[in-house]
Design a protein around this ligand. Sequence first.
Ligand SMILES: [Ca+2]
Ligand SMILES: [Ca+2]
Ligand SMILES: [Ca+2]
Ligand SMILES: [Ca+2]
Length: 410
Amino acid sequence: MKHMHDVIRVIGVGGFGALLFGCGLEAIAVDAASEDHPIPVTTVRGAIANTPETIILTRPDGEEVEPIALAVSGATYRLDLPDAAYTNARLTAADDDGTLMTLVPAIEVESVLDGVDIDARSTAATLIVDQALSAQGTTLQIVQSCLLTQAFDKLYTEMDGEAAAAEVLAAVEDAGGVPETLDEAVVGSAAAGVALESGVHPTLIRTVLEVDFNEGRQDGNCDNISRFRWVEDEPGKQMYFVGGLHEDSPVQDLQYNALLGSASGSWTPNQIPMYDDGTNGDEAAGDNIWTLTVDLPRGARIGYKYTWGQRGQLWTGTEEWPGNQRILEVVDVNEDDFVRRRDNFADEATNKDKSNLNRSSGGEIDWESDVNDDGIPDAWERPLDLDNDCMLDMFVTPTAIGPATVDCEE
Ligand SMILES: [Ca+2]
Ligand SMILES: [Ca+2]
Ligand SMILES: [Ca+2]
Ligand SMILES: [Ca+2]
C-alpha cells in the first residue's frame, strides 16, 4: 500500500494530475452535473489511487455506461452517472501506469454512494472475484449482490494476513494495477474460499414480452400485416400490454393478474405501459419494438394482447383485434433463465387462441398446437426472426436485463 501511494503522489505532483487540479476540473465537472444539466444523477464517490482521465462503469453484461461527469482531485473521485439503479457494476480506472478496478454490488437510483474506493486492494479483490465467478460457472448478471459484498469483506480481511489474497494484493501493488500476468494457482487459491453461487430464482422466471410495431412485418402465413386494420392511427399513442392468468393456468394468484393488467379482476386495456426507450429490459430505444418485463411463475399460463393507445383509453381503436387472445405458457425452451416472446403487432396467425388466421391452424390453437411445425408449441417462447423473412432464426438471450434472482438474505 505504501508503495502505491508513493507512485501516485509522484504522478499527482509532476504530471497529468497537476494539470487537472490546476485548471479546476473538479469545480467545472460538478457544476456541469448540477447546474448546466439539472437532471437527476446517480453519484459514486471514494478514494482513488491513480489519476485516470475517465472511470468506466460497466454493467454486468459488459455494457459501458457513459458518465455525465468525473472529477478526480487529490486522492478522491466523484463519478456522476445517468440516473438509474446499477447492480453488480464494475468500475475501471486506467491511467498511464496501470489499471485499477472495483466491483459495486448496488447503487440506488438518484443517490450518492460514498466510500467506493478504487485502489490496489479493490483491484486484487476484483481479480479474485472474477476468478471465483469463472470457476463456479456463474456471472455478475446472476450472482447475488450480497455475496459480492461478503466476498470483498472476506478478501480485505485476508489481505491483512498471510493468505493467498495477500499475495494477489502484493502482485497488484508491484505492478501498479492489474498485473500483466498473475500466478493462476495463487489467484485460484484465493478464489477457492469465495462463495458466489447463482441467485437465479428457483420458481419465478423473467418473462420478456416484446411486440414489433414496425410496418412491413409478416404474420404466421408470411403475409404482410396491416397494423392499422383494427387500430386507429392517432398521435400521442404508445404501446400497452393487457392480459391475465389464463383459466387453464396451474398457478392462480391475483398478484400476477395485477402485473399483467387485470388488477380489477378483468382485463383493463391501456394501463400497463410497454417501453421503447431502452429501459426496463427494452433492448434498443426507438426501434418500435416495445418491451414489458414481468417475473412469472414457471409453468404459468397467460392470455394477453397488445394495444396501441393512450393511457386509460378503452378497447375500440386500440386493440390488435377485437375479441380472442394470445396465449403463452411460461416455459423456458432454451434454458437461458428467460422466457422471451417477440410478437408482431396484429399477427392473427401465431398464438391467437380463436379465429386464428393461420391457414394450417384450423382456426384455433391450444397449448399443444405446433402449427408452424418447428417442434415447439406455438404458445411457448419462440426463436426471433432476425431478418424479417418470416422464418424464425434463433433464440437470443436478452442482454438489457438480467434474469430473475432471489433477494439477498439479510
Ligand atoms: Ca425497443
Ligand atoms: Ca428462454
Ligand atoms: Ca411451433
Ligand atoms: Ca428469419
